[in-house]
Ligand binder design. Sequence first.
Ligand code: HEC
Length: 205
Amino acid sequence: MKQLALAALTAVVLAAPSQAQQPAPVDTAKVDAAVVVAFPTAPADWRPRFEQDETMKQCSLHHNLPPKAIADEIQKREKARIEYPADGKLLGDWKQGERIAQSGYGMRFTDYPPRQANGGNCYACHQLTKAEVSYGTIGPPLLNYGKNRNFSEADTKAVYEKIYNAHAAYPCSNMPRLGLNKVLTIDQIKDLVALVMSPDSPVNK
Ligand code: HEC
């Protein structure tokens, strides 16, 4: 079945007639269908994940480099989708934040049905503390992030917004929209903001 799905996907990609300069327009309906075929065992409640929202559609269409007018539109829309904590406090517990940053649990086939809270998988893309030697480099290192910004309120808010919805700050970012897509809860995001932004966090020592 997996091979079949791969064949379907390859067929869609190869079927596009090649032109000298411009890439052929993509038949998005075909691609969408191929994606669904590729995950035959996906649980029914994952179905919405197969559907791209307006922002993802625009990012796909422009290969993640949208022209300025579209980028502005994406940023405006995504910013409006950010939900803030009801108590107005953005800093949680950095010790919990470190656990969430370390955890890659959630949204995988082996995590279904969910048996524990999702993680943020931050270390997959960022260096955060000096103690953790294993980290990815898709995102910039966040060592001393809060300290370098004098633990300012504006930057604390920016970090909350970045984690909740990365596309609001950088349209078509490679960083997942963790709050918007309900990967993390608002309380978990607060714990991560504390990890990045509080003076007593190992990120800033
Ligand atoms: C799949 C990779 C990926 C994951 C996972 C990820 N990030 Fe990011 N992050 C990025 C990239 C890439 C950037 C650079 C800006 C951009 O493209 O949005 C970034 C930027 C940031 C920034 C802003 C940095 C700056 O230059 O000011 C912060 C803060 C941040 N990430 C925190 C986190 C935290 C906390 C987590 C875990 C919840 C996380 N990131 C998970 C890829 C990732």
